[in-house]
Design a protein around this ligand. Structure first.
Ligand code: BG6
Length: 507
């Protein structure tokens, strides 16, 4: 049996961040790196080189990163620890179109490797808009920064989502990046996979004996996967207009959670065995025919409404959004899997901006009891006893709960649903690590298990293409609307109602 490496300390390296003054770096990467530094997870020797479009001194760069950390990190930067950490931060200007600029980057990396006695391990992080991916990759190739400088050193590249805009562009990007970097050098990040709870789905299924035997069509009626957000587009109107909920959340995050829920047990927890199983799930999804799209997919856009009692604007009123926009801010989808485990069990996925609650969860609704001898007080028709429900809360209030019927104390046999709960924070008495901490560390360690592989990305696009095509070709002037602060359009309720189900909220 392959043992998991518990000694998780990476080798000394250079981390080069393209887009070092961008939003992602400020909100996620710097707070994650600082936390990792504080927790002694980073290598003793590390050069964090921020690549910026304009000239900037190391001091200015450090000041900006400190401010960003102050704003976005749970660990404040006004300590001696930050002073030690920022010694590792440097910056280097770049022009993506100029070879010289990349020659200069190479010299800067090499000079620092010499100065700080670093072995030549290099991790490039593309925290830039997708249009910049290929120009950067090509230039890295042109100056030979894509290959390890010496034996026993490594070079890796992390690419952020979106990987493509559709199947063709995803394939094209994978092929072109593949001309310069081998698959085992490429780390396609999906930050949902770095969340403890998404990994815990695997632990729950494959480290326990009692759930797998009932994790199938014989016991499960249907599965619901929700990622609800209260935020709108947060100033990212320009990006979101070209994306929409299906591309932004379902193609990557929700389909990854779906794969964790539906996959078979891998033979071992290594990158290939694990990702092979996920690709198998994607490939087993029953293709959606053009005629079916209307009955399995729902899209909608939020209009003005109230969240937590506060008035919020409609999507079309957001900055950077077209006044006639047909971009969906809500999407729901029904998928079926053609295999022995899941045939006939619908998986419903939904995501939306400006919903009443920020919540991501997986809910397994079990089959009802075949014959009822007691009365229930759930309010369901004719005193019917509701199904058992297993709810896996990915965020917030991370945990797992199981709902079952219990006898109400007193005379007679009245049944009431009750819940058994596991709560991460109170059980482990710790705050969960941010997804980027785990993923940055894994990339430094060369462990790609929690990163998307090229065939997985393409297979997930393949599932969605019929829906994207149909939506593109549909001649509509407006999308169905839902009020900000509501749970989405009535069409999404009908999607489940047709099969006698309804959207469940976490227990
Ligand atoms: C990102 C999307 O990938 O995930 C955002 O682009 C979304 O639109 C975000 O808000 C949600 O991530 P989290 O971790 O905050 O649930």
């Amino acid at each position: 049996m392959t043992k998991v490496n518990m000694k998780r300390k990476p080798e000394p390296c250079t981390l080069v961040i393209f887009g070092a003054t961008g939003d992602l770096t400020k909100r996620k990467l710097i707070p994650a790196l600082y936390e990792m530094y504080t927790q002694h997870m980073l290598p003793e020797k590390i050069n964090i080189l921020g690549v910026t479009r304009g000239d900037m001194s190391d001091n200015d760069f450090r000041r900006r990163m400190k401010e960003a950390n102050e704003e976005f990190s749970k660990r404040k930067s006004n300590s001696d620890n930050w002073k030690d950490f920022e010694e590792h931060l440097h910056c280097c200007p770049i022009n993506y179109d100029e070879r010289n600029s990349f020659e200069n980057l190479k010299m800067t990396i090499e000079a620092a490797e010499k100065k700080y006695d670093l072995p030549g391990n290099r991790l490039f992080y593309l925290s830039v808009p997708p249009s910049a991916y290929l120009p950067i990759v090509k230039q890295l190739g042109a100056v030979n920064l894509n290959t390890p400088p010496e034996e026993h050193t490594w070079v890796r590249i992390i690419i952020e989502k979106p990987i493509g805009y559709d199947l063709e562009s995803a394939k094209d990007l994978n092929n072109k990046v593949g001309e310069y970097f081998a698959e085992d050098q490429i780390f396609r990040i999906d930050h949902f996979l770095g969340k403890e709870t998404v990994q815990n789905l695997l632990a729950f299924r494959f480290a326990n004996g009692i759930f797998e035997p009932i994790w199938n069509r014989h016991y499960i009626d249907h599965v619901q996967i929700t990622a609800g957000e209260t935020v709108g587009v947060e100033g990212r109107g320009g990006y979101y207009e070209r994306s929409g909920a299906l591309r932004d959340m379902i193609q990557n995050h929700l389909l990854q959670v779906f794969a964790h829920t539906a996959m078979e047990a891998p033979v071992r927890f290594d990158a290939d065995a694990f990702r092979d199983e996920k690709v198998k799930v994607f490939e087993s999804v029953k293709p959606i025919s053009n005629e079916e799209v209307d009955t399995v997919a729902v899209r909608a856009q939020y209009i003005r409404g109230k969240i937590d009692g506060k008035e919020v604007p409609g999507y079309k009123e957001e900055e950077g959004v077209d006044k006639n926009s047909l971009t969906e801010t809500y999407a729901a989808l029904k998928l079926n899997i053609n295999n022995w485990r899941w045939a006939g069990v619908p998986f419903y996925l939904r995501t939306g901006k400006r919903l009443p609650k920020r919540v991501s969860e997986v809910i397994l609704v079990f089959k009802r009891i075949p014959h009822q001898i007691f009365q229930s007080d759930t309010g369901l028709r004719d005193g019917e006893i509701d199904a058992n429900i297993l709810a896996i809360r990915l965020q917030p209030d991370e945990g797992i709960s199981l709902r079952f019927g219990a006898k109400v104390p007193g005379q007679g046999m009245k049944i009431k649903p009750v819940t058994m709960k596991f709560d991460y924070e109170t059980t482990f008495n710790t705050k969960l690590a941010a997804a980027y901490e785990r993923l940055l560390l894994d990339a430094m360690l060369g462990d790609a298990a929690l990163f998307a592989r090229h065939d997985g990305v393409e297979a997930s696009w393949r599932i969605l293409m019929p829906v994207l095509e149909a939506w593109k070709n549909e001649d509509v002037k407006e999308l169905p609307a839902y009020e900000a602060g509501s749970w989405g359009p009535k069409e999404a309720d009908e999607l489940l109602k047709r099969e006698g189900c309804w959207w469940r909220e976490c227990l």
